[in-house]
Each structure stands twice: as structure tokens, then as C-alpha cells.
Design a protein around this ligand. Structure first.
Ligand code: GDP
Ligand code: IMO
Ligand code: MG
Length: 431
């Protein structure tokens, strides 16, 4: 298959970055199509850790084109910083490899200020956003007042529009959010500097991708966040402000329907979530603390401790349906070593009623009780496993049961954070 999308099937942080980095070896182009630097995708290559927020996770392979698609909201200052960091570490040095959509929207300092001031005022109703201005930037896009990268070509016009937007935002910050207004001169100075840096990367990325696909190049679409954070299908309002499911790859990259050959869903072997909102299979107490420590479950974007839960097959079936997944990569199986018994959520219960599929109306998730099946654990370390046959029999049984209940073909199994610590059963580019 030539075009493959990788998407998260839970609440983000499933290990998409690691799998995209692995698959990028067989791709020509890697494309981000939604979200912004609220994403944090971790790659561990040759013992070195990299966290990519805006640049696609193909950047550590020499010669791969990385595309920032029109569906993203991009903080230009953060993008320049991420480029500097990667280059400082000797990667992604060829400027012709980055293609930044002229139509992507810019996240401006006032978006961050609004995001943070709103969250601070919301108290216990807060969503627990990353505070990077993502929601306010998408609001401006939909309100048709957003600033896109192509505006940078004519800086005088950009400055006028910026001033108009800032006046509105400052009025809102002061009067409604009781927060400090922002000065224009500092933003203009920053944008002047960043403009010179980023103009060379601007591109009609939809046209570039159409040509690449027509030429038979392999294109990998890198989803951010996860199905349950999707603005339409997730646990609204405790979601992010973009569509995160596979179909968003089309609109967010400017690629026509029918041009996507396969979708690889990524799940952890358990579940995590950062921020507020319902989480039916959540675990609290010592077991959660243990998994959090062993799985290093602290948000890579904000450092916040991630909430922990058992694997949830209701979510897995929901994600398989929405994304039309060809296969599933199950990461972090190694983290479950030593936990016995293991539990898997097989259904939700409300009163006497059992739901094997997602109950209608996502607020129903706040009332459901998880129904668990228990499976025996294992004590052996998995870190050296290179094939399914190297895994202890109870680990194989756990995988088989998850695949069966999720209705998914297991394509990859993660047994450690590094690129190599992945058992590949089926590579979509080679299938
Ligand atoms: P993403 O946002 O989906 O790319 O995921 P993150 O990078 O935010 O979080 C996943 C974390 O798990 C990162 O720290 C990865 O290095 C790590 N990781 C990924 N796969 C595995 C795995 O199979 N085993 C272990 N132990 N860690 C993994
Ligand atoms: P990756 O791509 C985990 C969560 C935030 C918050 C909600 C809204 O690394 O998997 P936002 O700043 O987007 O308005 O916050 O969404 N969230 C993520 N959680 N991983 C992510 O990305 C996330 N991106 C957003 O914690 O609950
Ligand atoms: Mg992440």
C-alpha cells in the first residue's frame, strides 16, 4: 500500500510518534494534518530521546519530506524553535525537506493568552487544555478571522489584520476574562523575525501531495491526539478542537477521498488520558501509580501526570469503526509485566443495561460502570522479544483476546520505547 494514516484510538499518547518514526523508513513523505503543538510525539532513536510537536515524525530519517498540512494550527515561534532544536542535534538540516502549507493557520500569542485565562477562570470546570492556544486558534479559523501563513508574504497587510484581531482579543481578555492585554509591538517584532525564517518553507502542500501520490510515492499521514479527543466523536467537551480521526487526513492535507489506502490504529496495551473528562476504565491508587511510574506516564507536552486505566475494548471497537482500521499497533505491552491479574473492559453497564458498543450521547460515559474480564499476567521482561513467539504465553493470550474483542488485526506490538523495540507482524507499506 502506498498511502497510510496512523491515528490514535484512545485519548492520545498511544505511541503514534514511535510507530510513525518506524514506518517512515519505508515512506517518502510524512504529513501532519491536524492539531498543533498540543501534540507531543516521542521518538527514541539510538538511545536519544526527541519530542516532536509540529514537525512530522519522519524528520529523523535522512531525506524524508515532512509536510505540515493545511488542517494544522501552527505556532510560528514554536515551529522555528523546534527546527532550531532538531538542527542543533544534527537532524533535518536540509531545508528543502520541510513543506509548510500556506493555508495552515497561525497560533498567535493572544490565542495562548485566551486559552490560559479561560482555563484559569473555569476552575473545576476546566478542560485541562495544554494551554497552547489551540482551541482559540481553531475558533478564529471557523470565524473566518484567522491569520494564515500566506498572509506573511505581505507583511504590511498582515500587520493591519493582526492589529484588528488584537484589538478584539484585548477587549475580550480585559472585559470578560479579566486578564492582561497584550502589546502589539512585541508580537510584530517576533513575527518579523519568524517570517524570514519560515517563508522559504511555504508551499501549496495539497498540490505537492497530489503530485507525490500520482508519482507513486509512499505517503504516511501522522495523526495527532486520539479518536476520543476528536471534536465530533470524542468525549465532548473534554476534547481537542480538531477532528483527529482518519478521515480528517483528507481535508487536513488536501487529499481526495479514495487516495488513502490503509489506516493503522495505535493503542496502548492499557489506557491513559491527560486532562479532565470521563474515563470509564480508570484505575486509581497504587496500581495506577505503579503503571504511571513504569510507563513514564507524564505528559510530554506539559509534564502533567497522565490518568491510567485498563484497556477498553468498547473504545477499541468504536475507534475501529470510525477509522476503518486496517490494523492495530499495540504499544507498551512491556509495561504490564508483573501485573497479575490483568483486566480488560469488555462492556459498559448503566443500571441493568449492558453496552458492548459506545452508548449514544457521549455524556452517557459519565454514568457507565466498566464490566471487566480478567486475564492472567506474566512476570518475564519483554524487552528483548523480537517475535510473538518470544513472548510469554500469557502475554500472547492477552494480545489474542484484545485483538478478538477489538475486532482488529494486530500489526505491531511495542515492547519498549526505542525504535527497535517493536515486533512487526505486518507493515502496511509492504503488505
Ligand atoms: P504519541 O503522542 O502518541 O506519539 O505518544 P507519546 O510520545 O506522547 O507517549 C508515548 C510514550 O511511550 C513515549 O514516551 C514513548 O517513548 C513511549 N513508548 C512508545 N511505545 C512504547 C513501548 O512499546 N514501550 C514502552 N515502554 N514505551 C513506549
Ligand atoms: P498527542 O498527539 C494527550 C488533550 C489535553 C486536554 C484536551 C484539550 O501527543 O497524543 P487542547 O490543548 O488540545 O485544547 O486540550 O486534549 N490533548 C492531548 N492529550 N495527547 C495529546 O496529543 C493531546 N492533545 C490534546 O490534555 O485534555
Ligand atoms: Mg503525546
Amino acid at each position: 500500500m502506498k498511502t497510510v494514516a496512523v491515528v490514535g484510538t484512545q485519548w492520545g499518547d498511544e505511541g503514534k510518534g514511535k510507530i510513525v518514526d518506524l514506518l517512515a523508513a519505508d515512506a517518502d513523505v510524512v504529513v501532519r494534518f491536524q492539531g498543533g503543538n498540543n501534540a507531543a510525539h516521542t521518538l527514541v532513536v539510538n538511545g536519544e530521546k526527541f519530542i516532536l510537536r509540529l514537525i512530522p515524525a519522519g524528520a529523523l530519517h535522512p531525506g524524508k519530506v515532512c509536510v505540515i498540512g493545511n488542517g494544522m494550527v501552527v505556532d510560528p515561534i514554536a515551529l522555528a524553535g523546534e527546527l532550531d532544536e532538531l538542527r542543533g542535534r544534527g537532524h533535518f538540516t536540509d531545508a528543502s525537506l520541510l513543506k509548510l502549507s500556506c493555508d495552515a493557520h497561525m497560533v498567535m500569542p493572544y490565542h495562548r493568552a485566551i486559552d490560559r485565562a479561560r482555563e484559569a477562570r473555569a476552575g473545576n470546570r476546566a478542560i485541562g487544555t495544554t494551554g497552547f492556544g489551540i482551541g482559540p486558534a481553531y475558533e478564529d479559523k471557523m470565524a473566518r478571522v484567522g491569520l494564515r501563513f500566506d498572509e506573511l508574504a505581505n507583511f504590511a497587510r498582515f500587520r493591519t489584520r493582526l492589529a484588528r484581531n488584537l484589538a478584539d482579543k484585548n477587549a475580550y481578555l480585559k472585559a470578560v476574562l479579566k486578564a492582561k492585554p497584550l502589546g502589539i509591538s512585541e508580537i510584530v517584532d517576533q513575527m518579523k523575525r519568524v517570517r524570514r525564517r519560515l517563508l522559504p518553507y511555504l508551499c501549496d502542500t495539497g498540490a505537492y501531495l497530489a503530485e507525490a501520490i500520482a508519482a507513486g510515492k509512499r505517503v504516511l499521514f501522522e495523526g495527532a491526539h486520539g479518536t476520543m479527543l476528536d471534536i465530533d466523536h470524542g468525549t465532548y467537551p473534554f476534547v481537542t478542537s480538531s477532528n483527529c480521526i482518519a478521515s480528517a487526513a483528507l481535508a487536513g492535507a488536501g487529499v481526495a477521498p479514495g487516495r488513502l489506502d490503509a489506516v493503522l490504529g495505535i493503542s496502548k496495551a492499557y489506557t491513559t488520558r491527560v486532562g479532565a473528562g470521563p474515563f470509564p476504565s480508570e484505575i486509581k491508587g497504587r496500581l495506577a501509580d505503579r503503571l504511571r511510574t513504569e510507563g513514564e506516564e507524564f505528559g510530554s507536552a506539559t509534564g502533567r501526570p497522565r490518568r491510567i486505566g485498563w484497556f477498553d475494548t468498547v473504545l477499541a471497537r468504536f475507534a475501529a469503526r470510525l477509522n476503518g482500521t486496517w490494523g492495530l499497533a499495540l504499544t507498551k505491552l512491556d509495561v504490564l509485566t508483573g501485573i497479575d491479574p490483568l483486566r480488560v473492559c469488555v462492556a459498559y453497564q448503566v443500571g441493568k443495561q449492558l453496552f458492548y458498543e459506545m452508548p449514544p450521547g457521549r455524556s452517557a460515559l459519565e454514568r457507565v460502570r466498566p464490566v471487566y474480564e480478567e486475564l492472567p499476567g506474566w512476570s518475564e521482561s519483554l524487552s528483548d522479544a523480537q517475535a510473538v513467539d518470544d513472548l510469554p504465553s500469557n502475554a500472547r493470550r492477552y494480545l489474542e483476546r484484545i485483538a478478538e474483542l477489538s475486532g482488529a488485526r494486530l500489526a505491531m506490538i511495542g515492547v519498549g520505547a526505542s525504535r527497535e523495540a517493536t515486533i512487526v507482524l505486518s507493515n502496511p507499506f509492504l503488505a
